[in-house]
Design a protein around this ligand. Structure first.
Ligand SMILES: O=C(O)CCC(=O)C(=O)O
Length: 290
């Protein structure tokens, strides 16, 4: 890598995000695209796919498929792309210890003609299980694929747990201003979750966005690059105005420091990568990085 790992991590900790170009070769991204297409086609061909209802597994934008939830749970062969040595090294250096999956990931595809756009938000939840399902009111949480999305004000935070986890976004296609690139507000992750500022209605976050939106950065990135960001980095993305047929795929998952424990909650144990620390895999073409 041209830039040192410590330089990258320093920039990540200052800005809240970084993009590392040329992590994957075109051949690797061709293969990942094939796996993603195969999962979507297989899911579309029946009402449920690998135990998940297709209509909740796939999200639509106009007549395009724009999200594939539970990405690495259903596209098992794609998991190896999360094990690239450079990805694991950056995560372990930034989080200071071995890392495990905090989410099975989602593929986001801004297909030209789709109307998918996302307003400014933080990814301020953890996917967790209660020790006793009968002891909680499930309606107070977002329930998805057998687990709960637990928000910062629904857990005891004796430190900012969101600084102990990072989103990894594999840019399977080029990300451009025209095709619905991810936008971020640099440094916003340092605010922590806005809900902990007493912001139950979103007003404080909106005021922050208004004051800082002129500083927004478009994460324009090449095919095969990887963007890392802290979950409380404010981010958004507009619709694609690119030429017909253009895809803008990105595969995003969250990794956490393996030692974090949230009092009163448990990490899901039904998917091995959420339990066993990730190790770098061999077999990647490391030449694009050198
Ligand atoms: O890929 C996108 O356009 C949006 C992704 C996003 O908002 C998220 O990962 O939370």
């Amino acid at each position: 890598m041209h830039t040192s790992i410590s330089g990258l991590v320093n920039s990540l900790q200052t800005q809240g995000f970084i993009t590392v170009e040329n992590v994957f070769s075109d051949r690797e991204m061709d293969d990942f695209t094939r796996l993603l297409n195969q999962s979507i086609e297989e899911a579309l061909s029946s009402e449920s796919y690998k135990g998940r209802p297709t209509d909740t597994l796939l999200g639509r934008a106009n007549d395009t498929v724009w999200t594939l939830w539970e990405l690495y749970g259903v596209c098992e062969e794609g998991l190896r792309y999360t094990r690239h040595p450079a990805i694991i090294e950056i995560l372990e250096t930034a989080l200071g210890e071995p890392v495990v999956h905090a989410s099975p990931g989602t593929m986001f595809d801004k297909v030209a003609g789709g109307d998918a756009s996302i307003g400014w938000h933080q990814d301020s939840f953890f996917i967790m299980d209660p020790p006793d399902w009968d002891a909680i009111d499930v309606s107070k949480y977002r329930y998805q694929f057998g687990h709960l999305h637990v928000r910062p004000n629904q857990m005891n935070m004796d430190e900012d747990y969101y600084r102990k986890s990072l989103i990894v976004r594999i840019n399977v296609d080029e990300q451009t201003s025209e095709n619905g690139v991810l936008r971020v507000l640099p440094g916003s992750y340092l605010e922590g979750p806005f809900e902990l500022h007493g912001d139950q209605t979103g007003k404080i976050q909106s005021a922050y966005v208004e004051a800082h939106k002129s500083e927004a950065i478009e994460c324009v990135a090449g095919r095969g690059s990887v963007t890392f960001y802290y979950p409380t980095t404010l981010h958004s993305s507009g619709i694609s105005t690119a030429a017909a047929g253009t895809h803008r795929r990105a595969a995003a998952h969250r990794m956490r420091a393996s030692s974090i424990r949230v009092p009163g909650w448990e990490w899901p144990t039904d998917w091995t990568p959420g339990v066993i620390a990730a190790e770098a895999e061999a077999g990647f073409d490391l030449s694009p990085l050198s």
